[in-house]
Design a protein around this ligand. Sequence first.
Ligand SMILES: *[C@@H]1O[C@H](CO)[C@@H](O)[C@H](O)[C@H]1NC(C)=O
Ligand SMILES: *[C@@H]1O[C@H](CO)[C@@H](O)[C@H](O)[C@H]1NC(C)=O
Ligand SMILES: *[C@@H]1O[C@H](CO)[C@@H](O)[C@H](O)[C@H]1NC(C)=O
Length: 525
Amino acid sequence: MKRNITSLFLVLCVLCVAEQTECYRILAAIVTPSYSHQIPYRALWLELHKRGHEVVYVTTNPIPNINSPNFTQIDISDTYKGIRALNFVETRFNGESWLQMAEEKVASLSIYFAEGMYNNTELKKMYAPDSDAKFDILMTEYLYGPAVLGLAHRFNVPIIGLSSLGLPLINEHILGGQVLPSHESTWEMEANTGPNLPFLKRLWNFVSFWRFMHFLYTEVLSANQQLAEKYLGPLPPLIDIMRNTSMIFVNQASAITPARPQLANVISFTSFHIQDKLPPVPKDLQKFVDGAKNGFIYFSLGSNSRSSHLPVEIQRVFCDTFATLPYRVVWKYEEDFPGKPDNVYTAKWLPQQSILAHPNVKLFIYQGGLQSSEEAIHFGVPVLGFAIFADQDYQVARMEALGIGKRLEIRTVTKDELKSNIIELITNKEYKQRMINTRNLMHDTPYDIVKNLAWWTEHVIRTKGAPHLRSSITFQPWYQRYDLDVIVFLTIVAFLIASSALNLIAKLIVYLHRQISSPQKLKTN
Ligand SMILES: *[C@@H]1O[C@H](CO)[C@@H](O)[C@H](O)[C@H]1NC(C)=O
Ligand SMILES: *[C@@H]1O[C@H](CO)[C@@H](O)[C@H](O)[C@H]1NC(C)=O
Ligand SMILES: *[C@@H]1O[C@H](CO)[C@@H](O)[C@H](O)[C@H]1NC(C)=O
């Protein structure tokens, strides 16, 4: 018996070893200098490393305390310098739309970020023509600037694209997916989408969105091409490299995202960045929240926007309203705060997840960032959203539509409005209950999402780029995609038939008229 068990064990061991996948070399490059663009994928890099793969991670926010010869981090945080002067709160108050902001700033910034990567000394050594560095895959973010993809050509590897928020539609379009400017899943149109929009609104959406796409397809793409070639030498068109994308991992939870047609090689994930072991809260803050007998509100505009950039009169609206509430308030505020009410605690940086996990927290007032929405859902805290930019209008509209939060406009908020919404969200228990239902829905998955993405990554490498999952629509000319040539042809045919028929009828009427009127004329003559 004992021998049988031993041999069974041996067989299992052999099977285990045979099952063991090969060790791959993974090049991960996330060049956007923003905390919320870096943390969503961290769990994936760590999982891939844990599976025995070697990871080279180019990042603006290196993961602390990693000491493994097989996990190299290349720090390109210098590019934070280039965005320090950005003031998203100000652009909100100027009434700039996302498409305007993207045309003015985001497109040129994406080139600046990519240059921060290409010009890095350590990375330069790896991609130099005489370097013998080898990789099996490139994993990089898909936003508005594909310059980084030059590396896929340099190392001759398949690509997995990543998005920390719903995929910008330029990428969807290049890969053969659907572009639906007026559909509620399109965050780039901010609050302009929805079901049953009037014709003129859809017309406006259509024109402004395709104008933007044209700008991306021409100016942005060629600027990216130039930048990549500056460092790598001549390359095939970046758009052709993009068409070869093997897979896209998109941060979007089906529980909170409107359903839409999706390409076969797009895989969703969510809430990777939520930690199991939460960091401790500073001592004085711990005392403050523990002592909140009626509970407390947490208020933060996230890592990219600052409360201290709000106009003074809007800061006063918040301050005066908070002072009249029976709740305590923890406020992420980036400067000193003279005249702060007694029930308010402020700090420059706060351990957000630990605060949202506190049993006394009643409400999260926030800017509608996707990672923050995921945290609110995970910890079951209703939200009050004040969108600032990018996908935030869309996110807070989703929270309201799902009945797990409300949204207000930061430019025009009044004390009465703010107070009544806070009271409603805290005292009406249905918001909390729906939040918990949403969380249960989000957690009800058939597998571990991080391991699932790691498996797909290995699958792409094993299958040399998973070509079977790509859509051939990507290679069709634009007019064939939607059969526009057929529609135009049929329209012309229908027009010709209708106009000849009308012509014929008109002639017939004239003829009959003459026939009827001529004998009369004869008679009177
Ligand atoms: C690093 O990877 C190599 C194979 O590429 C493996 O033999 C080695 O054990 C790994 N080391 C660590 C610390 O994971
Ligand atoms: C590239 O890096 C070098 C230093 O390594 C610096 O002198 C140069 O200005 C950088 N170029 C750009 C375009 O950032
Ligand atoms: C795209 O992939 C195909 C086959 O996998 C390859 O022949 C072609 O050179 C690739 N194109 C680019 C621009 O990388």
